[in-house]
Write a protein that binds this ligand. Structure first.
Ligand code: G3P
Length: 218
């Protein structure tokens, strides 16, 4: 299972990378804006900075919503680094753009997936990743994890190579349940990854070991 971090914050990306468990980064226009990164030149420079930190899999999202615009942007984005995966929204022109880019060997991540039908279309078009947003489905009383199950089953039925990238992951139970279901990737904030470390019995057990060691060495 791959772990991606869902942020444009360079310090958080460095921290997750230093932990040794990071396989990639996902960003989106909202996350870039949150870091105060605006203007095409700055956005491109920021993607370059992210690519310099991690080994692979940096999702960079297009802003255009028409086919020609998306292809033009994609060609600019892939010039930054061969680590770039072009993130394309699940709309009609997006599906056409994914088909074209995948035929050229350019990796894509189809974003804003909220149904199994959308995931099927993205896989048919040759997307490298699909990003179902599970937290946002939970927010409106739909079962986000059930969607991950459906997509994993459909892809397994037909041997689609598209990887399921669970996004909008809000807490550790989302992540663990995605792992149980067999999602290929999760992307989440740093705090979800680091929260996996925590268990009170680990803390108390370690405190006891260290105290006993100190007593024995008196
Ligand atoms: O990866 C998609 C993600 O950025 C959306 O997360 O928490 O805004 O629903 P959230």
């Amino acid at each position: 299972m791959k772990f991606f971090i869902d942020t444009a914050n360079l310090d958080e990306i460095r921290e997750a990378y230093a932990l040794g468990v990071l396989d990639g980064v996902t960003t989106n226009p909202s996350l870039m804006a949150k870091e105060g990164i605006t203007g095409q030149k700055n956005i491109i420079a920021h993607y370059k900075a992210i690519c310099d930190i991690v080994d692979d899999n940096v999702s960079a999202e297009v802003i255009s919503t028409d086919y020609d615009g998306m292809i033009k942007e994609a060609m600019e984005l892939v010039k930054i680094s061969d680590k770039i995966v072009v993130k394309i929204p699940m709309i009609k022109d997006g599906v056409k753009a994914i088909k074209h880019l995948s035929s050229k060997g350019i990796r894509t991540n189809c974003t804003l997936i909220f149904s199994a039908g959308q995931a099927l279309l993205a896989a048919k078009a040759g997307a490298s990743y699909v990003s179902p947003f599970i937290g946002r489905l939970d927010d409106i009383s739909f079962d986000g994890l059930q969607l991950i199950e459906q997509i994993v089953e459909i892809y397994d039925n037909y041997g689609f190579e598209t990887e399921v990238l669970a996004a909008s992951v809000r807490h550790t139970m989302h992540l663990i349940q995605c792992a149980e279901i067999g999602s290929d990737v999760v992307t989440c904030p740093l705090k979800v990854i680091t929260a996996l470390l925590n268990h009170p019995l680990t803390d108390s057990g370690l405190a006891t070991f260290l105290a006993d060691h100190a007593k024995g060495n008196k």
